[in-house]
Write a protein that binds this ligand. Sequence first.
Ligand code: HEC
Ligand code: HEC
Ligand code: HEC
Length: 432
Amino acid sequence: MRKSRLFAGVVVVVLAGVGIALYNNGNTRADDVADNQMTAADPAKPDAAAVTRGAYVAAQGDCAACHTAPGGKPYAGGYAIQTPFGAINSSNITPDRTHGIGDWTERDFFRAVRHGKRKDGALLYPAMPYNAYVKMNDADLHDLWAYMRSLQPVSQAPTPNTLGFPYNIRLAMLGWNLLYFNNAGYVADPKQSDAWNRGRYLVDGAGHCAACHTSKNALGGDTSAYLQGAELLGGYAPEITNNPHLGLGNWSEPQVAQYLKTGSNDKAVAAGAMGEAVEHSTQYLTDADTAAIAGYLKSLPGSNAQAPTALAGDNPVMKRGAHLYETNCMACHNVSGEGIKGMVTAFTDNSGIRAPSAANLVGTVLKGGRAAATESNVTAAGMPSFAWKLNDADIAAVLTFVRNSWGNAAPEVHAQEVAKARSDLKLVDAVH
Ligand code: HEC
Ligand code: HEC
Ligand code: HEC
């Protein structure tokens, strides 16, 4: 009797807790413009200064990259984001009244961007990084809205998603939000400098760096290994804390800033998903903002992952790799893996090369690649595809060699891993 009453009490408390959490997560009042000091933009009187500032906020948030289909009109949507559950297509966010957000109010926009709620009340999928954008402040969002209103409307219907059951049920996002969405704005740390706070504001908010650099659990929520590296579909976003072995510990702050601004420095060349982030977003950041991000990232201790012991040079896989390196890679990556500054990735002292996952490296050797083309680095260098030339064991050996030479030490790459990537990428077998 007593026991069951206690049980019922616990259930009531738990339900109340869930209810409050749901209410708080769904409660958008705290962010409504009208409740703050900010006045809503008057559509009849565009504010040119706000539009200019908003264009900069859009670049910080990389909104165009996800909301523009390849070859499509800017912000008209239809870009497919591949998730393990199916493809989610981005929406048309031009001011078109039928297919875009032309009949939205500023409030509707705030709710969508910061709370993942559409005008019609449906919940957005976190493929739209509202869980990061929630940290963006009212002033930035207001300017962003002014900018979005200034765009040319594009009458283009959104592409339907290809999510399978049960992931096509938007209401399920209520549960996701409850578990992983923290409906709280950016809270400055008064013990840190303004620059540090600006850096964290950009990294956690508009920059949504954790979307790629923080590993996810089975349901796609962030783990606590903040910015400590994560597998992406067909790639790997390395640790970007100050960890010396796997992170940016041996990059200086100016080197981090230079990488974000130009897409390369004398340590690394941004390619793949990061190449795109640099091209569409970070190259447009002011020097003060790239410096702030660099300072913040360098202040994070990160994981305390230790270097494994490098494989010995007389190991047969290492010998085979050394030979393959000499004949296929040395012309560009240089005699001792030093690369070509600003053009070809250096393998020496490069934490990306030592990452626990070799997925990026395998992908690059199979597909080839292209460095980010930025305003300051117009002719992006290319890396040829070796899929046709080297077989799975060759690629595994040459990468094992690179990952265990010139001061690097990392787990061996196996032929099975290369074979899997080759079939995932639908690439041909090597000719011999
Ligand atoms: C990583 C990709 C990505 C980025 C970056 C991104 N979005 Fe989205 N956005 C999406 C996807 C995908 C959807 C649709 C999600 C869905 O259908 O649930 C979406 C939906 C939206 C919607 C809802 C539109 C509607 O009609 O339902 C708005 C508004 C929006 N995004 C604005 C923005 C703004 C503003 C930015 C930049 C600050 C931005 N997005 C950046 C992927 C992205
Ligand atoms: C869409 C996914 C994505 C987003 C968003 C993203 N990154 Fe990256 N990042 C990557 C990938 C993938 C790499 C590895 C690139 C390579 O090997 O060429 C990378 C590499 C880097 C590196 C170089 C690390 C090294 O050791 O070589 C830095 C620094 C970096 N990112 C910082 C950032 C910052 C700061 C942000 C947010 C403003 C950010 N990234 C947002 C995917 C992303
Ligand atoms: C014609 C010049 C050229 C040759 C030959 C070449 N590379 Fe590259 N490589 C590049 C350039 C340029 C980049 C930077 C752009 C990129 O990452 O796609 C690069 C990048 C890479 C990366 C970095 C990927 C990352 O995620 O940071 C790896 C690994 C790599 N190459 C391995 C090899 C191996 C192994 C060989 C020989 C089998 C080879 N490369 C041959 C030019 C070359």
